[in-house]
Design a protein around this ligand. Structure first.
Ligand code: GTP
Ligand code: MG
Length: 202
């Protein structure tokens, strides 16, 4: 447990849901972002798991409340509970797996129909460390993202590539809530700070 620091900041809370086929690395991305760790044998998610992570952008503290959902089909009907009132979604596919890219497109269509209309959506092509055996082309996914108004990055939960950056890009695109103005206490939780975190609230 670290010490807490008192900082004069604006606090914004956002609910983010992580979606995608099984085994694409959703939980691994969340582990990397929240704990700065990667496990070769990450347990499959049952239902959903909840995490929080706080980053700072200039004088704003952004607290992400993250729902990491299960990719297995048997949990599909549950997942709508998690995106229904989300402000942001990260839809993940595996760059080595064409079916997972198709599944990501299906999730995106479902989000457009059923999620809040102003939801910020990022598409993450994960396992970018395995780029030499990719089947989903970078340009194909980028074009799809542009045509559909999505943020897009290839990520690697294993190396950390673009993991903080994709959440930072989401935070920058989200409208300001300003739902908690004044001093806030930030308890460092041992996470690897993002560049933005290091410059927090100066
Ligand atoms: P479900 O919970 O079943 O939906 O799967 P998930 O999408 O949460 O995948 P998970 O994070 O459990 O990762 C599945 C496997 O992929 C694990 O063996 C991870 O170690 C591996 N993995 C995840 N991300 C990466 C990555 O960026 N690169 C590599 N090489 N392996 C990864
Ligand atoms: Mg999982």
């Amino acid at each position: 447990m670290g010490k807490s620091m008192k900082m004069p900041c604006v606090m914004d809370h956002y609910k983010v849901v992580i979606l995608g086929a099984a085994v694409v690395g959703k939980s691994s991305l969340v582990m990397r972002f929240v704990k700065g760790k990667f496990h070769e044998c990450q347990d499959t998610t049952i239902g959903a798991a909840f995490f929080t992570q706080t980053i700072c952008i200039k004088d704003t503290v952004v607290k992400f409340e993250i729902w990491d959902t299960a990719g297995q089909e048997r949990f599909h009907s549950l997942v709508s509970m998690y995106y229904r009132n989300a402000q942001a979604a990260v839809v993940v596919y595996d760059i080595q797996n064409q079916d997972s890219f198709q599944r990501a497109k299906t999730w995106l269509k479902e989000l457009r129909k059923q999620a809040p209309p102003n939801i910020v959506i990022a598409l993450a092509g994960n396992k970018a460390d395995l780029s030499n055996i990719r089947v989903v082309k970078f340009d194909e996914a980028k074009q799809y993202a542009e045509e559909n108004g999505l943020l897009f990055m290839e990520t690697s939960a294993k190396t950390g590539l673009n993991v903080n950056d994709i959440f930072l890009a989401i935070a920058k695109k989200l409208p300001k809530n300003n739902n908690n103005q004044g001093s806030v206490n930030i308890k460092p939780n041992g996470n690897e700070p993002t560049q933005a975190t290091k410059n927090c609230c100066k």
